[in-house]
Design a protein around this ligand. Structure first.
Ligand code: AR6
Ligand code: MG
Length: 311
């Protein structure tokens, strides 16, 4: 394996990020939540032709990518309209996010809708799960990346912890594009100024990575979290991605699924980071063949890459 180096971003990495995200989402979805959620997904988790369906994580990432392709930058009103238009209950949106999107669709301004369910806004991981798109698009522009994270999250997730979760995932993805070494990526992540709630899980993740400790899925879930909040899932996703970055993608997803909880979103975020490092060409071909609309997602990634290259 090469040592750390700055690499020009490639189309393969854009495709790896988006397909990695969608694959993690679709492979993790059958394991999310408790018995009722799992039973429901057994009924609706396949397309008519037997492909594995993805959930809101991928849908919102595709909407965000489409908005960037159309506008070249983040325009909150446009993102809000795209998110609302794409909403479908069967994609498994969080309960608060579902209400926000339905209200926007009915005409409520997003600036009102995003605080209409929780006065402080949602602290769920819904803003973070789409943040790899921001990370890869703005990977060389740290200031623009910061603004874009805030703008793309706040439309549905106004809470400071949700926005910081989006910043963590976007920066981790951006760093993954340029560096291959987990310990170096982690040390740069530690330099981000995030809310104090992220300090303990990130410090532990760094300690594990630097010390070569290989925690079990249960230990990761217990110590770093496996929940639907940004704090209880984004450090977990970063740790898992870096722990498995030089190992097979499928092993990483199986690890997340064994840890339980919000498996689809944790696997989506770690899948995107893994894909940013290793590219599309390293992803498992057999799993891609089973993925809903894989070619369409790949095309979106290629268009986003072209938009980025065009400046
Ligand atoms: N106060 C109290 N509870 C809250 C607050 C708050 N400020 N914010 C969030 N919650 P939501 P998401 C709780 O609905 O983040 C899907 O499967 C509340 O119980 O905004 O978009 C996605 O794929 C709320 O319903 O959803 C993700 O995996 C819940 O946190 C996951 O759900 C989630 O916030 C979260 O998606
Ligand atoms: Mg999810």
């Amino acid at each position: 394996m090469s040592c750390d180096s700055r690499r020009p971003v490639s189309k393969d990495q854009f495709e790896g990020t988006l397909i990695g995200l969608a694959l993690g989402d679709a492979l993790g979805a059958p394991f999310e939540g408790g018995p009722i959620e799992r039973l429901l997904w057994r009924c609706i988790g396949r397309t008519a032709d037997g492909k594995r369906r993805w959930t809101d994580d991928t849908q919102m990432s595709l909407d965000l990518a489409a908005s960037l392709i159309a506008n070249g930058r983040i325009i909150e009103d446009d993102i809000a309209q795209r998110f609302a238009a794409s909403y479908q209950w069967r994609r498994g949106y969080g309960p608060g996010a579902a209400k926000v999107l339905k209200r926007i669709r009915r005409g409520m301004p997003w600036r009102q809708a995003n605080r209409s369910v929780f006065a402080s806004g949602s602290y769920g991981n819904g803003g973070a799960m789409r943040a790899p798109v921001i990370g890869i698009y703005y990977q060389h522009q740290a200031e623009m990346l910061e603004d874009a994270c805030q703008q793309s999250a706040v439309v549905t997730h106004a809470h400071v912890l949700a926005i910081d979760g989006a910043r963590l995932i976007a920066h981790a993805t951006a760093l993954a594009v340029r560096h291959r070494e987990p310990v170096q990526i982690m040390s740069k992540v530690m330099g981000l100024r995030l809310d104090r709630a992220f300090e303990r899980p990130l410090a532990l993740a760094q300690q594990w990575l630097c010390g070569g400790h290989r925690p079990s899925p249960a230990e990761v879930a217990k110590q770093l979290g496996n929940g639907i909040s940004a704090v209880a899932s984004t450090p977990t996703a970063v740790f898992v991605a870096l722990r498995f970055v030089h190992e097979p993608f499928t092993d990483m997803v199986n690890f997340v699924c064994e840890g339980g909880g919000d498996t689809d979103t944790i696997a989506a975020m770690s899948g995107a980071i893994w894909g940013a490092v290793n590219g599309y060409s390293a992803l498992p071909v057999a799993s891609i063949a089973q993925l809903e609309q894989a070619q369409m997602i790949r095309n979106v990634a290629a268009s986003l890459f072209a938009r980025r290259q065009a400046g």
